[in-house]
Design a protein around this ligand. Structure first.
Ligand code: NOJ
Length: 557
């Protein structure tokens, strides 16, 4: 397997709006990120993925871009951004940018032109259709991923435009070669500025199915709309787009790509990430992040093992994988996967261990390194997210009470990940001197960076050690993976093996004690290199305490 810097990197995601506010307006910004780079350096990460910082009316917090070459006013200026890049590189940290090209904002000049007339030169930059047989006369029955029809009627020219997300995010038309050229020019513009790659937003949706057929699934909406992402995604022609991006832009620079791809299956993986195809370096698949919500608890860990095995088999020998539990679209991992009460510290460390020892690149989302938890939402007034607000509008119209809606959704909403970073125990957790755009989690007096840094047994220092171990033990990166634990139950035991070293990773994903069978052979030569209980002893290694995890290493011939 070819060794590359991006396979060896630990990537840290910064959701700028919630990271650090430098000017007291309650919104995180780029100077705020710069002021915390020493903290990230101390943590040891190699790459920062910056969520979108481009000019945007913020219907979807920057995922609705109105100018790809400008910085959002609230976040600072282009000079601030250039300083950020320089300060990152000066510390040996790389910077990757979010590439959002399935859609633009409806305030992007291309769209403003496009909606002016049917013969405007920009008309075909977007997907316009006359009325058809959809539930209310739309061109088809598609439901937007953010609820309601995926089509918006535009009075001026008497046609509908397609938006798979909010109505302020019209989809670009990737059947139009001019769109390809515009986007590749824009990518090249950023690459020339010296960035180190892209995280590509929702790119599984770039190509729509030919003829935009109705979904034949049962309606997901009482008005007859059908949300059918399988139909919208991974359509013919998509590989040509990545090959073209690669050939015309990416391959000319030493950069990495990671593509967000819901509905991707292991069978598709090779086609996207096999190096010989020259498309992408790795993808974010979605098969794991939904397990806490959609899979019965007693089957969750066997499902996790099964999914990991399939992705490993599909992408290890030719390709690469990503590992994540958290990002800005998921609830906090310690609340969804771990125990955010009694065993918060142990379970956060266990999840971290898994993330850094499984094959693939670990992605750490801001705040997970101090074990930040979900927010106790009790009113829709506390929610800013467009997707949850749209869903609420739909459900309240159907008669659901706010209390019932929140009891279903509060634990799972992505808003949980977006509350401000908890830096210290001063007002607003040190995030801002003003009023934060989203409430700070009330547990900030206990859970914050300042106290985590001063406690040698904190989750923060555990992450630091894991990241350092990854650098000292190439087996954690390049070692072959083998699962040893039985199919059922919450105990996971696996080995990673590379040339002369073998690691054994043991994890108890539960709040109960467990007994584990370990593939230790005669048991000689093993030494423990990290664990989340201070008094771990080799003698007691078969009896696992709640959320106990440890890593052992030995030399192999
Ligand atoms: C995926 C992004 O991660 C999410 O935050 C966003 O709302 C949608 N794509 C639309 O861009």
């Amino acid at each position: 397997m070819e060794r590359t810097w991006w396979k060896e990197a630990v990537i840290y995601q910064v959701y700028v709006r919630s990271f650090m506010d430098s000017n007291g307006d309650g919104i995180g910004d780029i100077p705020g990120v710069i002021s915390r780079l020493d903290y990230l350096k101390e943590l040891g990460i190699d790459v920062i993925w910056l969520n979108p910082v481009y000019k945007s009316p913020n219907d979807d917090n920057g995922y609705d871009i109105s100018d790809y070459r400008k910085i959002m006013d609230e976040f600072g200026t282009m000079a601030d951004w250039e300083k950020l890049l320089e300060e990152c590189h000066g510390r040996g940290i790389r910077l990757i940018m979010d590439l959002v090209v399935n859609h633009t904002s409806d305030e992007h000049p291309w769209f403003l032109e496009s909606r002016k007339s049917k013969d405007n030169p920009y008309r075909d930059y977007y997907i316009w259709k006359p009325a058809g047989k959809g539930p209310k006369g739309e061109p088809n029955n598609w439901e937007s991923i953010f609820s309601g029809s995926a089509w918006e009627w535009d009075e001026a020219t008497g046609e509908y435009y397609l938006h798979l997300f909010s109505r302020k995010q019209p989809d670009l038309n990737w059947d139009n070669p001019k769109v390809h050229r515009e986007i590749i020019d824009m990518m090249t513009w950023w690459l020339d500025k010296g960035i180190d790659g892209f995280r590509m937003d929702a790119v599984h949706l770039l190509k729509k199915p030919a003829g935009l057929p109705d979904s034949t699934n049962p309606p997901t909406h009482k008005e007859g709309y059908v949300g059918d992402e399988v139909l919208y995604a991974h359509n013919e022609g998509i590989h040509n787009i990545f090959r073209e991006m690669n050939r015309s832009a990416l391959s000319r620079y030493d950069v990495m790509t990671v593509a967000e791809m819901n509905r991707a299956t292991p069978a598709m993986a090779g086609d996207y990430v096999s190096p010989r195809r020259e498309e992408l370096d790795m993808i974010f698949h979605f098969e794991i992040c939904g397990l806490p919500r959609y899979c019965e608890e007693k089957k969750r860990i066997s499902e996790l093992n099964r999914i990991q095995q399939r992705w490993y088999d599909a992408s290890w020998k030719s390709g690469w994988n990503s590992q994540y539990f958290n990002n800005h679209d998921q609830p906090r991992q310690v609340s969804a996967w771990g125990d955010d009460g009694k065993y918060r510290v142990q379970s956060a460390k266990l999840l971290a261990t898994y993330l850094h020892t499984m094959p693939g690149s670990p992605y750490v989302y801001q705040g997970e390194e101090i074990g930040m938890t979900n927010f106790p939402f009790s009113s829709m007034k506390e929610i800013n997210d467009v997707s949850l607000r749209n869903d609420w509008a739909k459900c309240s119209a159907a008669g659901e009470s706010e209390e019932d809606f929140l009891s279903r959704q509060a634990k799972w909403t992505r808003e949980n990940a977006r509350t401000p970073m908890q830096w210290d125990d001063s007002p607003q957790a040190g995030f801002t001197t003003g009023t934060p755009w989203l409430k700070v989690n009330p547990n900030y007096r206990e859970i914050n960076v300042k106290s985590a840094r001063s406690d040698p047994n904190s989750i923060f220092h555990y992450y630091r050690r894991l990241i350092a171990l990854r650098k000292a033990h190439p087996v954690m990166i390049y070692g072959d993976y083998r699962l040893h634990s039985r199919k059922k139950g919450p105990v996971v035991v696996f080995t990673r093996t590379l040339e002369k070293e073998q690691l054994l990773v043991v994890l108890n994903f539960s709040s109960e004690k467990q007994v584990s069978l370990l593939p230790l052979g005669k048991g000689r030569g093993w030494k423990s290199i990290l664990g989340n209980y201070a008094d771990f002893s080799l003698r007691g290694r078969r009896l696992l305490r709640p959320w106990e995890t440890y890593i052992m290493s030995r030399a192999v011939k």
